[in-house]
Design a binder for this molecule. Structure first.
Ligand code: NZQ
Ligand code: ZN
Length: 389
C-alpha cells in the first residue's frame, strides 16, 4: 500500500469532559453554575424514573436553584415529531438550558431541539433542501446513562423521519459538556451494553477503513481503542460488576466519536448508512443491526479493502498470516466469531426482520458514502442485505 499523507485538518474541540465513577453529582452541580435558570430535563421512555436517577438529578437541579421542566418519553431511534415537540416546549416555557440525560437517542434528540427552538423554519427542509445548517442554539449538556454511540461528543444527530421513512443525520448543537459516570450505566440490560459496545467498535472500524488506508497516527490510536473495546466487553460479559471494564468502554465510546480518531481521515461509515436505512423501516436496535451488516459488507470490500483488513487482522485480532488475502478473510472470520461469542445477532431473522421488500427499500434509500473504499451499487447493497437475512 502506497504511503499517503493524512488529509489536512484544523482541530478545535468544544465539549468539556467529566469522566469518572461517581462523578455525576459534583459534575452536574459544577456545570449548573454556568447554566440558565429554566432547565429542560430531557430523558427517555422510563428507565430514568425506574432507576431513581430522575429524582436524584431533579433534586440536584433544585438545589442549584433551577426551575425544572420535563421532556420525557424520547424513544430509541428518536423521531422528527419528538424533536418538534421538544422545540415547542423550549419556546413555550422560555427554557434557557437543556440537560439531556440518557443514551444516543435522548442526546441526539436534544441537539436538534436546541437548534429547532431557535429557528423559524423547518430544520429538515433547511438541511436537506436548502443545504444550510443552524448556527444558533439553546445551550445544552449531556449526562450519559448508556454508552456506546459517543453521541455526547459530536454535533450530528440521527433522526427518524417517519413520514418520509428516512433515518438520517442532521447537524445540531454540540453539548457544552459530557458527563461520563459509569455508575449510571450499571442498570443497563446486558443486551444493550453489548450492542452499545459493538456500536463503538463499529465506529472505530468505519473510521479505520476510511481514506487514506495507509498507516497513520489516527489509525494507530484507533487500533488501541479497538483492542480495548474487545478486551473490556469480554471482561464485562464475564462479570457485569466489573466497573473498571464499564469505565473503559465508556471512554472508548467517547474516543471513537470525539474526532481524535478521525483527524486527517475521510471516514467510511457505509455500514452505518445501510443500518440506518433498515432502521427507518424496522426501528431495529442500532448496535445489533451493525453486527449483522459488518461482516457481509467487509466481504464485499475485497479486494479494495484487503490490505487494511489484513492490518486489522494482525494488529487488532492478533492473527499471524503473511498472505494479505488470507489475513483479510481471517479478520472477517474473527469479527464473526466475536459477534457470536458476545451473543449479538448475525442475521436479520434473529431480530425478527424477514421482509425482503424492506431490504430493497433500504438499499434504494441508504446514503452512499464517499469515504468507503468501494463505491457500491444499490443492487450490490441489496445483495449484501439479502446475504444477512
Ligand atoms: O428509554 P429508556 O427507558 O431510558 O431506556 C433506554 C433505551 O430503551 C435504555 N437505557 C438508557 N439508559 C439506561 C437504560 N436502561 C437502564 N438503565 C439505564 N441507565 O437503553 C435503551 C437504548 O437507549 P438509546 O439511547 O436508544 O441507545 P443508544 O445509546 O444506543 O442510542 C441509539 C441512537 O443513537 C444513534 C442511533 O442511530 C440511535 O438512534 N446514533 C447516534 C450517533 C451520534 N450522534 O454520533 C452515532 C451512532 O452511530 C448512532 O447512529
Ligand atoms: Zn453507531
Amino acid at each position: 500500500m502506497e504511503k499517503a499523507y493524512m488529509n489536512n485538518f484544523t482541530y478545535q474541540y468544544p465539549v468539556r469532559q467529566h469522566f469518572g465513577k461517581g462523578c455525576a453529582e459534583s459534575a452536574i452541580k459544577e456545570e449548573m453554575v454556568h447554566a440558565g435558570s429554566r432547565v429542560l430535563l430531557a430523558y427517555g421512555g422510563g428507565s430514568l424514573k425506574r432507576t431513581g436517577l430522575y429524582d436524584k438529578i431533579a433534586g440536584w437541579l433544585h438545589e442549584c436553584g433551577k426551575t425544572v421542566t420535563d421532556f420525557g418519553g424520547i424513544m430509541p431511534n428518536p423521531t422528527y415529531a419528538k424533536v418538534q415537540e421538544g422545540a415547542r416546549i423550549v419556546r413555550e416555557e422560555g427554557i434557557d438550558f437543556i440537560l439531556a440525560v440518557g443514551g444516543g437517542s435522548v442526546i441526539d434528540c436534544c441537539k436538534i431541539v436546541a437548534a429547532q427552538a431557535r429557528l423559524e423554519e423547518d430544520i429538515w427542509e433547511m438541511q436537506y433542501t436548502r443545504h444550510l445548517f443552524p448556527t444558533e442554539f439553546v445551550p445544552s449538556g449531556a449526562v450519559v446513562t448508556v454508552s456506546g454511540t459517543g453521541a455526547e461528543q459530536n454535533n450530528r444527530a440521527v433522526i427518524t423521519n417517519t413520514d418520509m421513512k428516512l433515518k438520517q443525520p442532521l447537524v445540531g448543537s454540540y453539548h457544552s459538556f459530557a458527563i461520563l459516570d459509569s455508575d449510571l450505566t450499571r442498570t443497563v440490560p446486558m443486551k444493550q451494553v453489548i450492542s452499545g459496545a459493538f456500536d463503538t467498535l463499529s465506529h472505530c472500524m468505519e473510521t479505520y477503513m476510511g481514506k487514506p488506508l495507509s498507516d497513520n497516527i489516527s489509525d494507530e490510536i484507533n487500533e488501541a481503542v479497538m483492542r480495548n473495546v474487545i478486551r473490556n466487553l469480554r471482561a464485562l460479559v464475564a462479570d457485569p460488576d466489573n466497573d473498571f471494564a464499564r469505565g473503559e468502554l465508556m471512554w472508548d465510546s467517547a474516543l471513537a466519536e470525539n474526532s481524535l480518531l478521525k483527524l486527517g481521515k475521510q471516514t467510511d461509515f457505509q455500514c452505518h448508512m445501510i443500518e440506518h436505512a433498515v432502521g427507518a423501516y424496522t426501528d431495529c436496535n442500532h448496535g445489533q443491526g451493525l453486527a449483522v451488516i459488518h461482516p457481509a459488507v467487509y466481504r464485499h470490500l475485497i479486494p479494495e479493502g484487503t490490505e487494511k483488513l489484513a492490518k486489522m487482522a494482525e494488529r487488532v485480532w492478533g492473527i499471524r498470516e503473511k498472505d494479505p488475502s488470507v489475513a483479510a478473510l481471517k479478520c472477517i472470520a474473527a469479527l464473526e466469531d466475536f459477534i457470536l461469542e458476545v451473543g449479538l445477532p448475525a442475521h436479520w431473522s434473529e431480530m425478527g426482520i424477514t421482509d425482503e421488500s424492506v431490504m430493497r427499500a433500504a438499499a434504494d434509500t441508504c446514503l452512499l458514502t464517499p469515504g468507503c473504499c468501494r463505491r457500491f451499487t444499490r443492487d450490490e447493497i441489496f445483495s449484501i442485505l439479502k446475504e444477512c437475512m
